[in-house]
Design a protein around this ligand. Structure first.
Ligand SMILES: [Zn+2]
Ligand SMILES: [Zn+2]
Length: 186
């Protein structure tokens, strides 16, 4: 594994930024990531940037709209992870999509992984350790035989103390399997 291609942000400085300066820092990071991509694909269009994503997704490359979307609540709570991982993650999707035959590549397939490793010098992760306390009202994940269920902190506490919950669809008892701090990017 090579070193990350983009410079490491100053975490202390980053934590001190107000909302507007933080959004500026994100946009600057997107710009830096885009410039890096130009080295391998000079015709890559510059993506627009929106901070309009809600819920559990940290970021999303939106090819129809022509840019990258980010989640402002998760950004605020996970500033360093956003600049270090989420921006390159979405920019790698942006780059792969614009390569020849890129529209046919699988979302986190070989091409995307190669961009993450070789261009950005990062492990090609699709999940990040985030604090989603404020952004998701029901962040605890439970499983049954047929699907995933989301529990609130209150319901999770009751289950921990012995309350049993069953799935309405398959009737199996729900089993806790994932803490709230494990989030996906798309
Ligand atoms: Zn079920
Ligand atoms: Zn992704």
């Amino acid at each position: 594994m090579t070193a990350p291609a983009l410079p490491a942000p100053d975490a202390t400085r980053l934590d001190a930024l107000d909302r507007q300066a933080l959004h500026r820092a994100l946009i600057d990071r997107v710009e830096a990531a885009w410039r890096l991509c130009l080295e391998v694909h000079p015709a890559l269009p510059r993506p627009a940037v929106w901070l309009d994503l809600r819920g559990k997704s940290a970021g999303q490359a939106h090819f129809g709209r022509g840019g990258l979307r980010f989640n402002p609540v998760l950004l605020d709570e996970n500033r360093l992870a956003f600049l270090v991982e989420v921006v390159p993650h979405e920019m790698a999707h942006w780059l792969v999509h614009h390569l020849e035959d890129g529209e046919r590549a699988r979302p986190h397939g070989r091409e995307w992984q190669t961009v993450m490793r070789r261009l950005f010098g990062l492990p090609p992760r699709t999940t990040h350790r985030f604090d989603t306390g404020r952004s998701s009202p029901a962040p605890y994940r439970y499983r049954c035989g047929c699907r995933e269920h989301a529990f609130t902190a209150r319901r999770h506490a009751l289950a921990r103390r012995g309350s049993r919950y069953r799935c309405r669809h398959c009737a199996q008892t729900l089993v806790y399997y994932a803490p709230p701090a494990f989030e996906k990017t798309v």
